[in-house]
Design a binder for this molecule. Structure first.
Ligand code: GDP
Ligand code: MN
Length: 329
């Protein structure tokens, strides 16, 4: 994708900390905000934006505002962005929900949530002026001070997608996601980046290996999700119906899009940010020598996990194809 932003600009970044949440998430969200404030935002004062498929209660709004001096906006979703689209076959979908064996397999709301985060969050009117967002969720924790501005870091380095945890997916939830993606890629070959992270996604047989970034943490240059390429990809997936006939997550959808549509240099691993989402902890390797950190890097298996290690290798290979056998750090 073309670079639209002047890289060395020091003008303030139009960015916000964003989440889709329910009223019942108040206490988990307060935990997350308190940590984001302590570790980062007390210094930087980025605004927050929370959206919900139901109106937020006054108790919720007050409970959030009590924790920050930054601006907080609360929004509601429109009908189209939180629905089972009319082209979904109701009988087929009902049968899927009845028989699905994976987590949240019986739920409408979880599927609507994944579809919303995949295709609509970045289009919400409250986000219209933003260049970047940082997604948070209830119950996430931040273990170390973040002394620099990740948004500015991303702009200065031309990064479009920043992640912190990479994992493999429950494959039954994405049974046809890869084949659907490959059909899209065949119809739109010019959209696939020359130096893409495609190899990070495939196993030795060319099938999807399930690797994806956990999108409960993602810092994104929204020009990526607003691009015609991403929009066409999302629409193609939405039409295929897998958000409902399976349970495609916004995490694999965002990840596959980032790995195929972006240049490998535009995807960044924030390994220095200590982060927890139930039940996975990512603790920086140097946490013991950073006085602000309160996590144990020895218990952070995800930083050495398969998808993380392969990300580093494949990114290196994509960017330096002639240096295949060098060690990757
Ligand atoms: P998990 O991380 O995959 O286990 O999913 P979560 O239950 O944490 O949901 C992901 C995000 O979507 C969280 O921020 C939730 O608060 C939010 N979410 C999930 N379901 C709903 C829903 O039905 N309504 C609203 N408003 N938010 C939801
Ligand atoms: Mn969650």
């Amino acid at each position: 994708m073309a670079e639209e932003t002047p890289i060395n600009s020091t003008r303030p970044v139009r960015a916000a900390i964003v989440a889709l949440v329910r009223n019942s998430d108040l206490f988990g969200l307060r935990l997350a905000i308190r940590q984001i404030e302590d570790r980062f935002n007390r210094k930087f004062q980025y605004p927050y934006i929370f959206v919900n498929d139901e109106p937020f209660t006054e108790e919720f709004k007050q409970g959030v505002r009590d924790l920050t001096r930054a601006r907080v906006d609360f929004g509601l979703l429109d009908e189209e962005s939180w629905t089972v689209p009319k082209w979904i076959d109701k009988a087929r979908y009902a049968e899927v929900k009845r028989t699905a064996k994976y987590p949240h397999g019986e739920k409408d709301s979880y599927r609507k949530m994944c579809r919303f985060q995949s295709g609509f969050l970045h289009k919400h009117p409250l986000l219209a002026d933003l260049e970047y967002y940082w997604r948070i969720e209830p119950d996430v924790e931040y273990f170390c001070d973040i002394d620099y501005d990740p948004f500015l870091f991303m702009r200065q380095n031309g990064i479009k997608y920043g992640w912190n945890i990479a994992m493999t997916e429950f494959m039954d939830t994405v049974a046809t996601l890869w084949n659907t993606t490959m059909a899209f890629a065949q119809e739109n070959p010019q959209m696939i980046a020359k130096r893409s992270m495609r190899n990070w996604l495939v196993d030795a047989n060319g099938a999807y290996n399930g690797c994806h970034f956990w999108s409960n943490f993602e810092i994104v240059d929204l020009s990526f999700y607003r691009s015609a390429e991403y929009q066409m990809y999302f629409d193609y997936l939405d039409r295929a119906g897998g958000f409902f006939y399976e349970r495609w997550g916004d995490a694999p959808v965002h990840s596959i899009a980032a790995a195929l549509l972006l240049d490998a240099s535009q995807v960044h691993y924030f390994s220095d940010i200590g982060y927890f989402h139930p039940s996975v902890l990512s603790c920086p390797a140097d946490a013991r020598t950073r006085s602000s950190c309160v996590c144990d890097s020895d218990s952070s298996f995800v930083q050495n996990g398969l998808c993380t290690v392969r990300f580093k290798e494949e990114r290196h290979h994509a960017l330096f194809p002639d240096a295949k056998h060098e060690a990757v750090h």
